[in-house]
Ligand binder design. Structure first.
Ligand code: NCD
Length: 349
């Protein structure tokens, strides 16, 4: 883990294959720790993690809070409705309140793109040591979700050794509302960064053609791509074209709250064209796993029967993997600041 150099974690575009390997390795170690007994590691004792979610969340926020607690950090959480945000306080001033109380890590979710990035830049400018972890910003990025999806897939392909190599050359189909999905964007960087080929599938209104070139340009703010050879990205309009030969399928929620105009004729039509079911998955040619970041619209993105079939649908596995992945992120951020790593080594050996 000595090569870890990210201070804030804002997106996955700047991650190298070694970075993905570090997260997978550490998350796999945290995942294998016994879940009985004390259940806690002392690695972040005395640290303070604040979750600042300006947008609703069920999984991400509770998963970060549990991850922080499993590492013995103190946790504070903020809810917009009962805070001074309703009195007009800005995001930066809200964050500074938590910084003043000693927060080491701020996990930030906001409906507007780039709020965590702006906050990280402001904290750096102010000389604060607090780091920012992006819990999802607008349509842009959701790094911890991309990483937990990566762990879920890597474990599916190689349960003993879930490394980036487990993904190399695999065909992963991502279906649905790609346009409004920060999860899809983070997965594009993570999956291609580990050498998987991604096929995007959806109607033109939810999947503009230029997504095929999404990972072609150097990531924003970087002069060159930290990954030497990425997997390819292609766009298919029809599931019948996208599914044959797939190794895994990820489907995404229709993000109605982010749609500014009528983009679909009807949900029934969408389900008919892009909804997943046991029958439809036969197009893959063999049994493949299905992922969804949740929350799921039952009967829209997939049938209820498929969602409730754990032999195919890995939604609960994704939720389970979220905790060790977020432990790994919090741990690496803290370790980058101190020699906390030695405490992990002594615990796990
Ligand atoms: C996603 C999100 O909020 O971006 N959910 C999540 O974090 N598990 C996807 C979604 O809301 O559809």
């Amino acid at each position: 883990m000595s090569g870890w150099h990210h201070r804030h974690i804002l997106d996955l575009a700047s991650f190298s294959r070694d970075d993905f390997a570090s997260i997978l390795e550490l998350a796999q170690r945290f995942r294998s720790l016994p879940v009985t007994g004390v259940r806690k590691l002392p690695a972040l004792q005395g640290r303070l993690v604040a979750t600042l979610f300006f947008e609703p969340s069920t999984r991400t926020r509770s998963s970060f809070e549990l991850a922080a607690k499993r590492l013995s950090a103190d946790v504070m959480s903020f809810s917009p409705s009962s805070s001074s945000l309703s009195k007009g306080e800005s995001v930066l001033d809200t964050a500074r309140t938590y910084v003043a109380m000693g927060a080491d890590v701020l996990v930030v979710r906001h409906r507007s793109t780039s709020v965590p990035q702006q906050l990280a830049a402001d904290l750096d400018r102010l000389g604060e040591r607090t780091v920012v972890l992006n819990g999802g910003d607008g349509l842009h990025s959701h790094p911890s979700q991309g990483l937990l999806d990566l762990l879920t897939l890597a474990r599916h392909f190689d349960a003993q050794k879930p490394t980036p190599q487990a993904l190399a050359g695999k065909k992963i189909v991502i279906v649905g509302d790609i346009l409004h999905s920060r999860v899809a964007r983070s997965n594009l960087w993570a999956l291609t960064g580990c050498g998987a080929d991604v096929v995007l599938c959806g109607p033109r209104s939810l999947l503009p053609e230029d997504f095929a070139a999404f990972v072609d340009a150097p990531p924003p703010g970087l002069s060159c791509d930290p990954v030497a050879q990425r997997g390819r990205v292609t766009v298919e309009r029809r599931l019948e074209q996208a599914l044959p030969g797939a190794d895994a399928v990820m489907t995404l929620r229709l993000q109605k709250e982010r749609m500014t105009q009528q983009l679909l004729t009807s949900l029934e039509r969408y389900h008919r064209d892009y909804g997943l079911s046991h029958a439809r998955l036969q197009l893959c040619g063999r049994q493949v796993p299905v992922l969804h970041p949740g929350p799921v619209n039952r009967g829209v993105e997939m049938t209820s029967r498929l969602l409730d079939d754990p032999s195919i649908c890995l939604v609960e596995e994704q939720v389970r993997n979220g905790v060790p992945v977020r432990m790994a992120l919090l741990y690496l951020m803290a370790a980058a600041e101190s020699a906390a790593e030695s405490s992990l080594v002594s615990i796990s050996s």
